[in-house]
Design a protein. Structure first.
Length: 473
């Protein structure tokens, strides 16, 4: 029973991918793709989860017709819906990029010192952490249930209320040592304990899908946080020597551990500790990834009336002068929707001609600089430097970016698979039905996929260090 459907939804789009094992190798076929994105309603950025649910059901119906024997859902983290006793959604699902969430930070800090909050949960400070969202949200009560986005979609599909530990761990409300909600943190933030379901580890069958078109398709509780799934789908052969970079809208760089706990050193670096499959903890840094590329393409599409193709933009970037300008890719002013080359220009250090190639090159070089800095910091939290960076996600196909990363970090880069998130989703389903025996076996199969590419340091690392120093503010 190896043919499964992986529902993978990101901040920009969602899709249903049919995953199978054919002649000992993973085989993936996208059978449905649908748009997603925050929409502005009544002054707030929200998610249209009702439309997402319909799109998921439509896609799964195609997968069932093609022989899918189970399904699983992963999405982005942090955001949630609240449902009442009869299952109705209470108010909208607010998007993490909504600026209103920052209002909860000061209140939370006033009742719970940041040092203690971090010591318990190990979650980095982000102004939109779930804990801060809930601090200014009065909808959660003892007679309602908090359901993170993938758990909400699962509930609508199966009627089963459940909460996955990998996504819950991003909320800054879970203790990674116990892999459970922290009652201390809930109490300090005056959050009703009855609103929080017990946490499930990935691999449990939540129930059959109820829609007639899905014919009782079993839904497996996978690692519902897309980063947790992406890590599961990465062909790591030695956890102690590898960094993993999931490179999409966000760039998540870090490593897997079964013993890491929050420390004063990790707090100083704003490192986060999220939970993964196989009892692991992901020690991570968040970096703004391909977000600004997507935003600039959106701005250009609005001007041109057509989406600009990526390959010509990358070719133009390759022909531009290196290290002409740069900026802090994580500048807070670049977080909200509506970014463009003009908004980037306000935080630029150096000179650029504003051409599309220059814009793309500047974004990519600034991203590489920040990733190299984060890799060095993470090495400092390890017992020894990690010699390889595994890069997964769509951006792993950008050859110039992968080579720059190898040059800037001085590490071997293993690029691929592109579909690590869908594969990680499928891996948990395969393990739940014994189609594969273990995570190690699944990763060995993924490592043999022909798309995997390696890059070795070839350029001057010092040039990257000098560039980082020049654009630092």
């Amino acid at each position: 029973m190896s043919r499964v459907a992986a529902v993978d939804i990101g901040a920009g789009s969602g899709r249903v991918v049919l995953c199978d094992l054919v002649d000992g190798l993973p085989s993936l076929t996208e059978v449905s793709r649908f748009p997603n994105g925050p929409i502005h309603v009544d002054g707030r950025w929200t998610w249209d989860v009702t439309t997402l649910h319909r799109s998921v059901v439509d896609g799964l119906a195609v997968a069932v017709a093609l022989g899918a024997q189970s399904c699983g859902i992963d999405t982005w983290a942090i955001d949630y819906g609240i449902v009442d006793q009869v299952g109705r959604l209470v108010g909208p699902v607010i998007a993490y990029r909504d600026e209103g969430h920052a209002l909860g930070v000061d209140w939370a800090r006033s009742v719970l010192p940041w040092e203690r909050h971090y010591d318990v949960t190990g979650i980095q400070h982000l102004p939109f952490n779930t804990a801060y969202q809930l601090a200014v949200d009065d909808r959660l009560r003892d007679d309602t249930s908090l359901l993170l986005v993938p758990d909400l979609l699962t509930f609508w599909l199966t009627g089963v209320r459940a909460c996955d530990v990998t996504n819950a761990s991003t909320t800054a409300l879970v203790d990674p040592r116990t892999r459970a909600w922290s009652q201390e943190i809930l109490s300090a933030l005056a959050l009703p304990a009855g609103g929080f379901l017990s946490l499930d580890e990935p691999g449990l069958v939540r129930g059959p899908c109820l829609d007639d078109r899905l014919r009782g398709l079993p839904l497996v509780g996978v690692a519902t946080h897309d980063t947790a799934s992406a890590f599961a789908g990465t062909p790591v052969d030695d956890r102690d020597r590898a960094l993993i970079l999931s490179l999409g809208t966000w760039a998540l760089i870090g490593f897997e551990s079964q013993t890491a706990v929050p420390s004063t050193e990790s707090m100083a670096l704003n490192v986060t500790h999220e939970l993964g499959i196989d009892g692991t903890i992901r020690v991570l840094r968040n970096v703004s990834g391909m977000w600004l590329i997507d935003e600039c393409r959106r701005a250009w599409a609005a001007a041109d009336g057509v989406d600009p193709a990526v390959p010509p933009l990358l070719s133009a970037a390759a022909e531009c002068a290196p290290f002409a300008a740069g900026f802090d890719i994580d500048d807070p002013s670049l977080v909200a929707p509506g970014q463009s080359p003009e908004t980037i220009g306000h935080v630029l250090v150096g000179e650029w001609d504003g051409s599309r190639g220059a814009v793309i090159r500047t974004i990519l070089e600034s991203l590489v600089v920040r990733l190299a800095q984060r890799a060095l910091e993470l090495d400092g939290l390890s017992t020894e430097a990690r010699s390889v960076v595994h890069v997964v996600g769509g951006a792993s196909r950008i050859e110039i970016l992968m080579q720059w990363l190898a040059d800037a970090t001085g590490k071997r880069v293993v690029a691929g698979p592109v579909e690590a998130t869908a594969l990680g989703n499928a891996v948990v389903q395969w393990m739940s039905t014994s189609a594969v025996a273990s995570l190690g076996e699944a990763r060995s199969l993924i490592a043999a996929m022909p798309e995997i590419r390696e890059y070795h340091p070839a350029g001057s690392r010092q040039q990257w260090l000098d560039f980082a120093h020049r654009i630092a503010r």
